[in-house]
Design a protein. Structure first.
Length: 259
C-alpha cells in the first residue's frame, strides 16, 4: 500500500480507497465464478433440498448405505448442472488471504502510525489514525453492508434457511457498529470502500451482457430468494429449535432401546 501511495502521490485516504478497489478487482474472477456456481444451482434447489433431507435422515438413522446413495445422487446432480462442490467450498478460503491481508495491513499502518495518515487529504476526515468521533463512518458502513445483503440475496443459494440467515447477518451487522467505532478511521474507510466495491461488482454482474460473458445463468423473474420479516425469522428459528429438541429426544429413546 505504501508503494501505491509513493508511486501515485495520492493522499492517504485515496490510497486506501484505491487499494480496497484494487483488492476487489483482483478477487473479481473468483467472485464471478462463485456466482456462476451458486446461480446455476438455484433452479435445482428443490432436488438439492430433498437430497439434503435424505442425508439428514440417513445420519439420524445411522444408515451408511442410504447416506452413500444420497451423496452419490448429489454428486451426479452437481456434475449434470456443471457445478464443482469442492470449488464452491474453496472459494471463500481463496479470498481470505487478500481480504485479511488488506484489513490487517491497513490496521497496522493506522495503529503504527504512519505520520502522513494524520493528514489524510480530506478535510471532513483529517486524521485516519483515530476513531471517528461522530459515528458516521461506522453507521454508513453498516447501512452499506445491509444494502449489499439485500441486492446480493437473489443470487445466493435458494435454500429455505437463506433469507433467515440474511436477517441474522443484519442483526450481527448492528453489533459491528460499536466495534467499528473503536477502529481507526482509515480501517473503516477501507471496510466501507470494500463493501461499496462489492456492491458495484454485484450490480455489474446483474447486467445480462456481463452475465453471458462469464457464463452466469440469467434467472427468470421471481426466481431466487425473497426477503422475509424479522418476525418470520424468529418463528423459523423457534420452529427449528423445537424440531431439533424433538429429534434429540427421539434419538435418546432409540439409543436406550438399543441397549
Amino acid at each position: 500500500m505504501e508503494l501505491l501511495q509513493v508511486s501515485t502521490g495520492l493522499p492517504w485516504i485515496w490510497t486506501i480507497v484505491g487499494a480496497a478497489v484494487l483488492s476487489r478487482a483482483i478477487l473479481f474472477p473468483i467472485s464471478a465464478k462463485t456466482m456462476k456456481q451458486s446461480v446455476s444451482l438455484i433452479p435445482h434447489q428443490p432436488e438439492i433440498n430433498a437430497l439434503r433431507e435424505q442425508m439428514v435422515q440417513a445420519q439420524r438413522s445411522k444408515d451408511p448405505l442410504q447416506m452413500q446413495k444420497a451423496v452419490l445422487k448429489q454428486r451426479v446432480l452437481y456434475e449434470k448442472i456443471g457445478v464443482s462442490l469442492p470449488m464452491m467450498m474453496a472459494a471463500p478460503f481463496l479470498q481470505l488471504p487478500v481480504t485479511l491481508g488488506m484489513f490487517f495491513g491497513v490496521k497496522r499502518i493506522c495503529e503504527f502510525p504512519v505520520e502522513q495518515l494524520k493528514w489524510s487529504g480530506l478535510d471532513i476526515l483529517p486524521n485516519l489514525t483515530i476513531a471517528d468521533p461522530t459515528y458516521i463512518l461506522p453507521l454508513v458502513a453498516t447501512a452499506a453492508m445491509n444494502f449489499q445483503l439485500t441486492i446480493g440475496m437473489k443470487d445466493m443459494s435458494a435454500a429455505p434457511q437463506m433469507p433467515h440467515l440474511i436477517n441474522l447477518f443484519r442483526v450481527l451487522s448492528l453489533v459491528g457498529v460499536p466495534i467499528m467505532a473503536h477502529l481507526p478511521s482509515g480501517v473503516v474507510v477501507y471496510l466501507l470502500t470494500s463493501i461499496l466495491a462489492m456492491t458495484a461488482q454485484t450490480l455489474l454482474l446483474r447486467v445480462p451482457a456481463v452475465r453471458r460473458a462469464f457464463g452466469i445463468p440469467i434467472l427468470a423473474q421471481g426466481v431466487g430468494n425473497k426477503s422475509v420479516s424479522m418476525s418470520e425469522s424468529v418463528q423459523y428459528a423457534s420452529k427449528w429449535f423445537k424440531q431439533k429438541m424433538e429429534e434429540a429426544k427421539e434419538d435418546a429413546i432409540k439409543a436406550r432401546n438399543r441397549r
